[in-house]
Ligand binder design. Structure first.
Ligand code: KQY
Length: 364
C-alpha cells in the first residue's frame, strides 16, 4: 500500500455517492463500556441485525478487539469477515477511510485526522490514537493506496456527496473550534473539493439538536438522488429542533448544486423526542471519571441516519408512530431497494445511529 501525498483530484479520483454500487461495508464490533450500556450486549444485538440486513447484498467486514474475537465470531454469520483490529469505539463511518474511485477500476482511501469529535476542545473521549489509525490499516487490508490527510480533522459522518460534484456539510460541525480552527471556511471548502472531487459545497447551518458530534450532516440531511435530499423535520414549533431544521431548509432552498440544479427537499419526520432513562445510564461506565449521559438527556434520534446498501436501505426505528411513516417515505424514494427498519435505541444510546456505524466500500 502506498501512502500518497497528492490529492484525489490531482490523480483523477472522487468520492461516489452512497447509492452507487458497493463492493462491501465496514463495521466495528461494539465493546466500549462508557458508550454501550450493560457490557454492550443489547448494542451487539442491534449491530447484528444491521450486519445481517447489509450483508444480504454486500461483503461485510467487521473489526473487533482480540478479547472479543471468539465472542464476535460465534455470533456473526459465516458470510461476514471478522478481523482483529484495535479501535477506541465502534464508529466505522467516522474512523474508517472515505473511499474515492477513478472510473478506471481503481479505488483509494482517504485517511483524515480523527480527534474524537473535537479533541481537547469538546472531544468525546480522552484518547483516540487507535481510532486514528483505523483508516490507514483498513486501506492496507484492502490493498488500496491511501491519501494521508491526517492534518485535516474530518469524520465520514460530517460529509455527504451526491456523486455529481456536490457535497453537503453543516457549519456547526465543519467550523467547530475542536476540528480545524486555523483554517478558514474557504480553506475547508477547498480541502473538501480537492479530496472528495466535488466542485460545490452546500453548507447547512445546523444539524440535530443535542447531537454530540457538533451536528454531523448524516443525522439531519442525506442525498437520495442527485439534486434530491431528505431533511429531518418536525412540525412542532416549540421543539428546539424546529428552528434548526427550518434554517437548513432555507439554506437548501437558496442553494443550487454543482450542476446548477435547485435541490428538491423531502421532509422526513422526526420521532417524538427520545430521552435516556436512569436505568440505561446506570449501565454505562464513567469516561475519565465523568458520566457520559445523564438521566432524561435527549438523544439525537433521527430517521435520516440510514445506510444505503446495494439492495436495501437500512433505517433506524425507535418504537414511535412515525417509524412507519418514515419507512414509507424512504420506500418511495428508493423504489429499487427494500427499506428495512431496525430497532435502534441501543445504537442511539452510544451517540449515533446506523449510518454512523457503517462505512461503504464502493465498487471500483
Ligand atoms: O458519528 C457519530 N454519531 C458518533 C458519535 C460518537 C459518540 C461517542 N459517544
Amino acid at each position: 500500500m502506498r501512502i500518497l501525498h497528492t490529492t484525489p483530484v490531482q490523480d483523477g479520483f472522487s468520492m461516489p455517492a452512497e447509492y452507487a454500487p458497493h463492493e462491501g461495508c465496514l463495521m466495528i464490533w461494539p465493546e466500549r463500556a462508557d458508550s454501550w450500556q450493560y457490557g454492550a450486549y443489547a448494542a451487539r444485538k442491534a449491530f447484528l441485525q444491521v450486519i445481517d440486513a447489509i450483508s444480504q447484498s454486500e461483503k461485510m467486514t467487521v473489526l473487533c478487539s482480540e478479547a472479543q474475537y471468539d465472542n464476535a465470531r460465534a455470533q456473526l454469520p459465516e458470510r461476514v469477515r471478522l478481523v482483529v483490529m484495535e479501535t477506541d469505539d465502534a464508529w466505522a463511518r467516522d474512523v474508517g477511510p472515505t473511499f474515492v474511485i477513478n472510473g478506471k477500476g481503481e479505488r483509494r482511501g482517504i485517511d483524515w485526522g480523527f480527534n474524537a469529535w473535537g479533541g481537547a476542545v469538546d472531544g468525546l473521549y480522552p484518547s483516540w490514537e487507535r481510532d486514528n489509525r483505523v483508516a490507514r490499516k483498513f486501506c492496507d487490508l484492502l490493498e488500496n493506496d491511501c491519501y494521508d490527510k491526517r492534518d485535516f480533522i474530518c469524520e465520514g459522518g460530517s460529509i455527504h456527496v451526491d456523486g455529481e460534484g456536490t457535497a453537503l456539510v453543516t457549519e456547526a460541525c465543519l467550523l467547530s473550534a475542536g476540528r480545524n480552527p486555523d483554517l478558514s471556511r474557504e480553506q475547508i471548502e477547498q480541502t473538501l473539493c480537492d479530496y472528495l472531487g466535488v466542485q460545490k459545497v452546500i453548507w447547512l447551518p445546523r444539524g440535530i439538536y443535542n447531537d454530540e458530534t457538533n451536528e454531523h450532516v448524516d443525522n439531519v440531511c442525506a442525498f437520495t438522488a442527485p439534486g434530491e435530499v431528505v431533511l429531518a423535520w418536525t412540525e412542532d414549533e416549540s421543539d428546539p429542533q424546529y428552528a434548526l431544521s427550518a434554517a437548513s431548509l432555507a439554506a437548501l432552498e437558496a442553494a443550487v448544486d454543482a450542476k446548477g440544479r435547485r435541490i428538491k427537499v423531502h421532509k422526513l419526520p422526526l420521532p417524538a423526542p427520545v430521552t435516556i432513562t436512569a436505568e440505561e445510564c446506570e449501565g454505562l461506565d464513567l469516561c475519565d471519571g465523568e458520566p457520559t449521559r445523564t438521566p432524561g438527556e435527549r438523544l439525537a434520534a433521527s430517521y435520516v441516519n440510514f445506510y444505503i446498501a446495494n439492495d436495501a436501505v437500512v433505517m433506524p426505528a425507535f418504537g414511535d408512530p412515525m417509524d412507519e411513516k418514515a419507512q414509507a417515505i424512504l420506500q418511495e424514494l428508493f423504489p429499487t431497494r427494500k427499506v428495512v427498519a431496525i430497532p435502534a435505541r441501543d445504537i442511539l444510546i452510544g451517540g449515533g445511529n446506523i449510518h454512523c456505524i457503517t462505512q461503504q466500500i464502493p465498487r471500483a
